[in-house]
Design a protein around this ligand. Sequence first.
Ligand code: PG9
Length: 627
Amino acid sequence: LAGSPLGAAQTAQTAPMAPDIVATPFEMPDHGADYVKRIVMIPMRDGVRLHTVITIPKGAARAPMILSRTPYNAAKRSERNVSPHMASMLAEGDDGYVANGYIRVYQDVRGKYGSEGDYVMTRPLRGPLNDTPVDHATDAWDTIDWLVKNIAQSNGKVGMVGSSYEGFTVLMALADPHPALKAAVPMSAMVDGWRGDDWFHNGAFRVNNLSYIAGQTAARGNGPNIATGVYDDYEFALRAGSASDYAKRFGIDQLTFTKKIFEHPAYDSFWQNQALDRVLGARALKVPTMHVVGRWDQEDIYGPYAAYAATEKLDTSNTMNHLVVGPWRHSGVNYDGSTLGAIRFTGDTAAEFRRDVMLPFFNQYLKDGAPKADTPPVLSYRTGANKWQRLDKWPLTDVMQPLYLKAGARLDFDKPGAGASSTQADDYVSDPAKPVPFVARPVRMFDGAVWKPWLASDQRAFSDRPDVLAYVSDKLDAPLQISGQAMVNLFASTTGSDADWVVKLIDVYPDEVASQPELGGYQLGIAMDIFRGRYRTGLDKPAAIVPNKVERYRFALPNADHVFLKGHRIMVQVQSSWFPLYDRNPQTFVPNIFFARPGDYRKATHKVFHAPGMESAVELPVVPVAK
Ligand code: PG9
């Protein structure tokens, strides 16, 4: 063998058929990373083990822990980048925890990715909808109990944070919190899937969820993507038919959660009993909590305010429960908050919040010896004025000032007098074969660049459609501030027997904007929502509309804290579809819209009234303009 390049090593050769994946887990030697990762299966009370990734800063001692419980793959959530540096490896929104020496923990919820057990979408608490011994409250409890007993580098104090579904799991932990859970920050949390989060808004179904349900529930890991073969989602959804036809095409109708949704189109006990604001409002408030939401949250714009309001009643000292609203999209708090679509703010509002408000809040409750944070009861980024405001309460008023829809496409605060207008109503033809798009076509509903900022997108694309009524005020000669939830009070009729009503409160920018010319004439949605007419007399009681009968439709728009600046105008748009985000109302009453047949979809003439006793208005929570 003299001269062989392998030399003496030849004597101890690895067998060619030695398994290349070894039975003993591979352990990488210390290669200079500033953290240690522990991957563990934490046992729950029913024996199911949950896959948990714990990242511990090297040298940590008496460090607090921040826990997120996710259906989105804990391994991926704890590794944005492959890096030896914890700050680069963890998510962008985790920046402050790393800077402050926290231990960061991500866990797969039961049934997803590395965790054992059954997955149930937004698993309800034990009770009428859940007869098993476990839920997210018990799983959070058991996890926290294990963490404080087994992570030697910790100080035994745990905070929970997370956005959207991960915000929902934070709220669930608060239903019965472990004593070591010392602070919680639910962000953009899903609270009520029927009233205005994720699945429905006031009974109108959000079609994009079908793809989410396939992605999340067709497999323990990633489910399939939907390949429609059509670039424009508007075109594809229109051809597909009803939401159940759309689902059937891809087999999504066979998935259990789709079945549950299709079986519960109304706000029945299935939805009411799992609405977390109701659940938490009936329990004690034990953990200091900061509810966080984005002003233009395109997924969960309802629940965070509802959860805050329900638990605020329990906060008798006004020291434990907080609300923060930033100028963000859904989950935007964890990314760059300098802009949203075309709209610019005063710097990175999200990083500011995380550094100056959230971290001091967590530190106060979690870090040994940290000072008390100066956390206001409510912190709101007032749009229009573009300023953070420290407030004592939310909303600032419950007193409403009606802004009347008038003849001649006008909008003002003067109640229309008898005989004041020549026409009593405005009308339009709502045609389910040509629904109003929710963003300009081609619609790319699953493209993040379209989806994330869509609530702040220019509404000009729709204001001159013949099936959209657009009422506009004079130019404001002084700024006008609204701080609360506007109410729609619409008097309307249809020639059909069912109808949707979409109402949008819009800030119309001046013709020219010197600082940002492309905003000249921009129509910025401030509070917009949809209401399915069959629920006008009870959200759990669908009832056909009597054709041509004027009926009153009353529903709240999303919360706003906004100043319409001097020189701007206010606009209200009314329309009867918002497609393909929301499924079409066939405009013929059928027992279950999910199963409407092609012949049920009919054109109808819709009228909006501005006559004595039928004064359609959007009632605004007007308050004096803050200095
Ligand atoms: N909005 C998403 C979601 C939450 C809860 C249920 C279903 C979807 C999310 O971003 O997690």
